[in-house]
Design a protein around this ligand. Structure first.
Ligand code: DX5
Ligand code: ZN
Length: 220
């Protein structure tokens, strides 16, 4: 099974509550929130107060993707702010096992995110401590980028790595996914599908989520 996780990065922030209700009506169960610090990535986006506000506005699972330096300083704070899932980048944290464990102890689901050019081996030892992996299929920083085609093979290799270890770790794919390639990523083993520009910013987000679910369901 798979879930669509609309990324609010491409939403209209002046109507965020309406945008969230719209994707919920389309069948989304997870809301992907991109946190950027202008250091780990060139862009600056959302922080703790916005997550607190979103928590009050929805029952959806809140999935915070921390694209920040020193994520261990903030990871637990995002759980306390109401996030259900918190992912930190393997490239940003030299004490990944400790951070993932702290997220779990705070009551959150722990995630490890990995950039397109980072070897899967970099997160292998962390897998038992991660509830999910965020496989980046674009370089993080901006919505609306093109899916990096080598990500499909990397996704299949990650699926194998997790299956061979008999771990329950789920795979989330993030970046450049839309109706033209969603079936392929689901078929290749992704279970949580982030979609930003494919959902927001082009007409009706409710219909866009429904269409993505239908397109991928044909193939599972
Ligand atoms: C990229 C972010 C993504 C982004 C995805 O840095 O991590 O979550 O919002 O947007 P699309 O689906 O437009 O590539
Ligand atoms: Zn993201």
């Amino acid at each position: 099974m798979f879930e669509i996780a609309p990324s609010i990065l491409s939403a209209d922030f002046t109507h965020l509550g309406d945008e969230i209700r719209a994707v919920e009506a389309g069948g989304a169960k997870v809301l992907h929130v991109d946190v950027m610090d202008g250091q780990f990535v060139p862009n600056i986006t959302i922080g703790l107060p916005v997550v607190e506000s979103i928590r009050k506005a929805t029952e959806l699972t809140i999935d915070t993707h921390l694209m920040i330096e020193e994520p261990s300083r903030y990871a637990v704070k995002f759980v306390e702010a109401g996030a259900n899932m918190v992912s930190v980048h393997v490239e940003a944290d030299v004490h990944l096992q400790r951070t993932l464990t702290a997220i779990r102890e705070a009551g959150g689901q722990s995630g490890v995110a990995i950039n397109p050019a980072t070897l899967l081996a970099a997160l292998e030892e962390a897998l038992p401590f991660a509830d999910y992996v965020v496989l980046m299929s674009v370089n993080p920083g901006f919505g609306g980028q093109k899916f990096i085609h080598t990500s499909l093979d990397k996704l299949r290799r990650l699926r194998r790595m997790i299956n061979e270890r008999d771990l329950p770790t789920r795979i989330e794919i993030d970046g450049g996914v839309g109706k033209e390639n969603i079936a392929k990523v689901v078929e290749s083993g992704a279970e949580i599908i982030v979609a930003g520009s494919a959902v927001f910013g082009k007409g009706n987000p409710t219909e866009a989520v429904k269409e993505l679910i239908e397109t991928a369901t044909v193939w599972v």
